[in-house]
Design a protein around this ligand. Structure first.
Ligand SMILES: [Zn+2]
Length: 177
């Protein structure tokens, strides 16, 4: 518990008397003055606290406000994120679907900062996503590395080349348009 206004007032006045900055005969006036000041400050603080407490729930319940250009606010815990990942939602025993349902968010609404969502849309439109996806590229690199390793071990480059060709044909995206 924090000390009461009266206690703080008393301590302040006593400290001033002890420091010699306040004459004992002025004590009454000082007490009244400090007490009033502190009361005002305290009630202002309490009003602000209750206002922000009351303001938090409705503001967060409006999902539109939770998504800004550079962040998305998790409506469950208030964390500011660039993207509301499945991993994060799992902390609240939710997934993207149940999260959207809980807060009335349309299924078409990306759960990420507006800038991030826009960037992803642009990238998806500009490049073939499968060629830029880390798994695809990693797959290519791993294949190449494996082929090299095999080549060195066996000294049989012809077989390795066949192997690689076969894989790249299988792994390539369908060419039929
Ligand atoms: Zn959260």
């Amino acid at each position: 518990m924090s000390p009461s206004v009266l206690e703080i007032t008393k301590d302040l006045v006593l400290a001033q008397i002890q420091a010699g900055t306040l004459a004992p005969e002025d004590m009454q006036e000082a007490l009244r003055h400090i007490y009033q000041e502190l009361r005002t400050l305290k009630s202002r603080e309490e009003a602000e606290l209750s206002m922000s407490a009351a303001g938090t729930a409705p503001a967060l319940a409006d999902w539109r406000k939770s998504i800004t250009r550079h962040s998305i606010t998790c409506l469950e815990c208030g964390a500011h994120l660039r993207q509301l990942t499945g991993l994060h939602l799992r902390l609240h025993a939710l997934d993207a679907r149940s999260y959207r349902a809980k807060f009335g968010i349309p299924v078409t609404q990306p759960l990420s900062a507006r800038a991030t969502a826009a960037l992803r849309r642009r990238i998806a439109a500009e490049v073939k996503p499968w060629e830029k996806s880390p798994t695809y590229r990693k797959g290519q690199e791993t294949r190449a590395a494996t082929a090299k390793k095999l080549g060195k071990k066996n000294g049989d480059t012809e077989e390795v080349n066949d192997h690689e060709r076969c894989h790249s044909e299988v792994g390539a995206p369908a060419r039929q348009d």
